[in-house]
Ligand binder design. Structure first.
Ligand SMILES: C[S@@+](CC[C@H](N)C(=O)[O-])C[C@H]1O[C@@H](n2cnc3c(N)ncnc32)[C@H](O)[C@@H]1O
Length: 291
């Protein structure tokens, strides 16, 4: 149990999932309390959500990280940065992260710049990104990133964790890099607790008809396969493999979809898919209630 109030600065805060974890640590008595000293976010909807979810004053937003100067940052114990992953993710074009690439994920380097600029460096920094960042394609840049942190006096702990090992049935593998200044504390990642739940345990039981892409009618095309048509577009076809549906995971395909990832149809019998950032009609589809 930490007796101090942990002062937190969070970059690329989005809706602030790590702050939810801090809230839980407080509730379960692992930390006394925490206080967000500042956050940095550019998306107006994310800012609104973040402030509403965590009851935080919008004036604490320092805005675009590229415009922040280290000298202006209040002293913090912990920085958090789940920097943009679209240019690293296999759902994107995988051109990012390199410092010179000027892509959204190269924004992660802005935190290194700020760590170099601030007078009092935070004791702890948590970086988070997609697992793809550890692939051969990004390995060299990730090593440069880590070397900079080591030169700044941090000891590093890293791992790729899967949500399904921590009680959440979602296909979501994420890279975590924990940087601890002057090796003040030994750190080890929490052990897997597995997952007893499946996707359908999280779904509403009463959902308005307007949210469904199809009605209940389907055609049997062979022993194991059925097809549904989209409600208002008969040319859009979802082909479902019934055996795969029972097993969970990807069980079908949207035949009209241009992109491999978003053409997948998921069963609700096991893990939920990762929802992509461009949450549009081209996103993954979910099928439920097949007998
Ligand atoms: C991968 S998301 C972070 C999600 C976050 N960890 C959460 O729990 O919701 C990256 C966020 O960085 C924000 N972002 C993009 N460019 C930024 C910039 N120049 N300065 C600050 N935030 C930025 C995006 O709007 C997005 O919300």
């Amino acid at each position: 149990m930490t007796n101090e109030i942990i002062k937190v600065g969070t970059f690329f805060c989005g809706i602030g999932a790590p702050e939810k974890a801090l809230e839980r640590l407080k509730k379960e008595g692992y930390i006394k309390d925490y206080k967000v000293e500042f956050f940095s976010e550019v998306d107006k909807d994310a800012i609104k959500s973040y402030c509403a979810i965590h009851n935080i004053d919008a004036n604490l937003n320092l805005g675009d990280i590229t415009q922040i100067k280290g000298i202006d940052l209040p002293c913090c114990d912990l920085w958090i940065g789940g920097f943009p992953c679209q240019d690293i993710s296999c759902a994107g074009k995988m051109r990012g992260f390199n410092f010179e690439s000027s892509t959204r994920s190269s924004l992660g380097w802005e935190m290194i710049r700020l760590l170099k600029e601030v007078k009092n460096k935070p004791k702890y920094v948590i970086f988070e990104n997609v697992a793809m960042i550890t692939s051969n394609k990004f390995k060299d840049t990730l090593n440069l990133f880590k070397n900079d942190l080591i030169k700044l006096g941090y000891t590093l702990y890293e791992d790729v964790l899967s949500a399904t090992d921590y009680g959440i049935p979602q296909t979501r593998r994420r890279y975590f890099l924990i940087a601890i200044l002057n090796n003040e504390k030994n750190f080890s990642f929490p052990k897997s607790i597995g997952c007893d739940l499946v996707f359908k345990d999280f779904l509403d039981t009463c959902v308005d008809e307007k949210y469904y892409l199809t009605n209940d009618e389907y055609e049997i095309i062979d022993d194991n396969k059925i097809i549904f048509h989209k409600k208002d577009r008969k040319d859009v076809i979802y082909e479902i493999d019934l055996n795969k549906y029972k097993r969970g995971g990807v069980c079908g395909i949207d035949k009209s979809c241009k992109f491999n990832q978003s053409s997948r149809v998921f069963s609700i019998e096991r893990n939920a898919p990762t929802l992509t950032a461009n949450n549009t009609a081209e996103n993954v589809k979910i099928i439920e209630g097949v007998k």
